[in-house]
Design a protein around this ligand. Structure first.
Ligand code: SF4
Length: 329
């Protein structure tokens, strides 16, 4: 359901769940759980759960229960037959970011090292490919340079392409709690829809669908025009800054505002908040990534962090939210 990765403590008695709580000192959830996590115990006891392996020799036959030993031997035997008959290219594995890192490591070892097959993929490619390529091409590594603890060090949070309040509810609760204690904190939400996340914003930016890159470039132009870029950071840690400035120069601010579908005065307000911020943290999700220009959207946002030197310290940086806890694992 979600990629927050909440940790839970489960107490059982006589094989029944008697108590389930969020782990208090877990950085992802600090003791909290959303309705889905809080009802995990009930799910474990639902009638109709499949508790043993089942097998059928033909698709039209009904499943028969079997033991784990039999099921594993059957899978191994069938894979062996296919490998012997058709070779390693005839087997493939499709997984997901719900597998933990250790599980994926073993799957890779089995398919690549043992079978000699390169055919492993997962739905994380659909979910996160744009984010990964954007991180690699802008920062040179594919992981977010941020963590949940950054929330409590930020003074401005920028959310784009994500309805966190519904899709990553516990992370959004962390933000809400922090903001309740820090009334000067600024929350900017970019979304064509007036979502539950947008309702909590100090600045809501109703971008046109597909207008994100124009919006991010407009913000960059204003920052540069106001001479508010972190030139020391840019000179020391970035490449090709002149190309970036030249690319932005090709577009008039009014044109970018129109493409973004946002009033120029509102974009200026966002740029001002960015310039004023000591620690700017951005959260973004598939609203940016799942697009034919998803990588460019992610890159344009990360570029804003580089332009302002808002990265590589507590409370600042780009933070891509995932749909699955181990999507980047
Ligand atoms: S926020 Fe996500 S990870 Fe946490 S309990 Fe809810 S569904 Fe589970």
């Amino acid at each position: 359901y979600c990629g927050v990765g909440c940790l839970v403590d489960v107490k059982t008695r006589n094989n029944k769940v008697i108590e389930l709580r969020g782990v208090k000192d877990a950085s992802a959830n600090k003791g909290m759980l959303c309705a889905k996590g809080a009802t995990l115990g009930e799910i474990l006891e639902l009638d109709g759960r499949i508790l043993t392996p089942r097998i059928r020799n033909k698709r039209e036959l009904a499943f028969q229960e079997t033991t784990w030993e039999n099921a594993i031997a059957e899978v191994a035997g069938r894979l062996r037959d296919i490998l012997d008959k058709y070779g390693a290219d005839a087997v493939a594995m499709y997984g997901s970011g719900q597998l933990d890192t250790e599980g994926w490591y073993l799957a890779n070892k089995l398919f690549k090292a043992h079978f000699g097959s390169n055919h492993l993929d997962s739905n994380s490619r659909l979910c996160m490919a744009s984010a990964v390529v954007a991180y690699n091409t802008t920062l040179g590594g594919d992981g977010p340079p941020t963590c949940y603890d950054d929330i409590s060090h930020s003074d401005c949070i920028f959310i784009a392409g994500s309805n966190m309040a519904d899709a990553h509810p516990v992370t959004f609760q962390l933000i809400r709690k922090f903001r309740a204690k820090n009334p000067d904190h600024t929350l900017i939400v970019v979304d064509p829809r007036y979502t539950n996340t947008a309702k909590s914003a100090d600045i809501y930016v109703p971008v046109k669908p597909g207008g994100d890159i124009a919006l991010f470039h407009a913000i960059a132009k204003i920052i540069i025009a106001r001479e508010a870029a972190d030139t020391e950071f840019v000179e020391r840690y970035t490449n090709n800054f002149d190309d970036y400035v030249a690319m932005l120069a090709d577009y008039r601010l009014e044109y970018l505002a129109e493409e973004a579908g946002v009033e120029l005065a509102l974009i200026e307000q966002v740029a001002d908040a960015f310039i004023k911020s000591e620690n700017l943290l951005s959260f973004y999700c598939v609203g940016l990534g799942q697009s034919s220009v998803g990588t460019a959207k992610n890159q344009a946002l990360i570029d804003l962090h580089l332009l302002l030197g808002q990265i590589c310290r507590e409370g600042a940086g780009p933070f891509s939210l995932t749909g699955q806890p181990n999507a980047m694992g």
